[in-house]
Ligand binder design. Structure first.
Ligand SMILES: [Zn+2]
Length: 127
């Protein structure tokens, strides 16, 4: 959720979060709220849209690598388990927190598929 507009964008006067317009200069606060909501929506969409493959920067998401890890985890769980742990440790060593978490998630997926295949697949197919 976008943060409420607490100050007039035109004159800086404090306004209530529910005011339709500024009491001092008459600026349209509804428009300001909409613009702010559009801005924050744009920001949250830009994050996953800018993957850099092999960039190696903290927080970068390598979607191809995640897709491969998940596919292997589902197709060949024992291999996915080992690969996921291996990739997670490598990403952790490189300081890539987001990818470490993603690889651990793929590992957990492989572990679930390996340890409880019937439970896992029946839940997956019934969602
Ligand atoms: Zn104002």
């Amino acid at each position: 959720m976008p943060r409420a507009v607490t100050h007039c964008p035109d004159c800086g006067q404090r306004v209530t979060p529910f005011a339709a317009g500024c009491a001092v200069c008459g600026a349209d606060l509804e428009a300001a709220r909409k613009a702010r909501a559009a801005r924050s929506a744009k920001l949250s969409f830009e994050l996953p849209r800018a993957p850099r493959f092999g960039g190696g920067t903290t927080g970068r998401i390598d979607w191809v690598h995640i897709a491969v890890a998940v596919l292997v985890a589902l197709a060949i769980p024992p291999v996915g388990l080992l690969l996921g742990l291996y990739w997670a440790s490598r990403r952790h060593r490189d300081g890539e927190t987001a990818m470490t978490v993603a690889m651990l998630a793929a590992t957990a997926l492989a572990a679930a598929a390996l340890l409880a295949p019937v439970w896992f697949w029946s839940h997956l197919l019934h969602i």
